[in-house]
Design a protein around this ligand. Sequence first.
Ligand code: KG4
Ligand code: ZN
Length: 355
Amino acid sequence: MSERSVRGGVGPLVLGIESSCDETGIGIVRGHELLANEVASSVAEHVRFGGVVPEVASRAHLQALVPTLRRATEAADIDLSEVDAIAVTAGPGLMGALVVGLAAAKALAVALNKPLYGLNHLVGHVSVDLLDHGPLPSELAALLVSGGHTSLLHIRDITGDITELGATIDDAAGEAYDKVARVLDLSYPGGPVIDKLAAHGNPKAIRFPRGLTAGKDQAKHRFDYSFSGLKTAVSRWVETERLAGRDIPVADVAASFQEAVADVLTVKAVDACNYLGVDTILLGGGVAANSRLRGLLAERTEAAGITLRRPRPALCTDNGAMIAVLGAEVVAAGRPPSSLEIGADSGLPISTVLV
Ligand code: KG4
Ligand code: ZN
């Protein structure tokens, strides 16, 4: 069987544009087949600020868009006139950054006379695994862990029926990584750095809190997360050690923090699958690249008889391929295209797949 038929056969040729944060992503897919995934990141320009500066990100998108688009069409070896549809992130994200991608997508749609699909960035994150593991079962759960969002989802149809079972009540998991990295004087973004350091540390060195797992929280927050107490606990621990003049065992702090995050994310994810009665869970978002989260979730889902679907780490952080493949799915489902009048929505809820 050819790779193409394993991946679900041919489908619509879709160009995906992603510009919600600091990555300018252009992806090209044919159905579930990845043809190109070019990403230009402005992360280096934000490092000295310890976080993304919206104005700097918007300007970088403007500069990177056309060259990235060119690289993508060359890599996919297609002409833009061949695409069946233009898919673009319409939200959530940084307003000024979203507007750049949306304007480019509208211009392409008009110039090429192709339908436009304004899509949800978060649904893109949980769709990207279609490129690695093909069609989804009719019903499943998803754990979405990004820099701005952390949610447990119930998916009946990735193109239009997604409900949120629970979400973080304060910081997102990625945000906690970035904040803890700052406390430890590590560079931005914190996730990849902490992930690497943690490999050399002892995850049991310090017992950090697991938010909203105590009995009293189960009734009200069974499927919700909280990472702000964890961040504060790490910060206090480090401060106490510094005041006492002791060296900070950075690798141990990183590993212990990472263990707390992975533990609580995975415990609640398995509980959500059991509660929903689904046998598959999908992992998505930047933090889905995390080695300990991937490993622990694999262990715990296997023990519970649940199939785990996780995209390769390179597809977890923001990219255009995730928007392109969601676009292909939406086109294949026969959903009507977006109006050319749509605007960016920085607070687009996850239940709105297509604007
Ligand atoms: O999904 P994403 O690329 O952007 C948003 O939509 O927010 O996620 C970015 C987040 C950052 O907070 C970054 O620190 C985190 O994903 N991240 C990681 C890893 N790689 C990226 N967190 C933990 N471990 C990683 N390996
Ligand atoms: Zn993202």
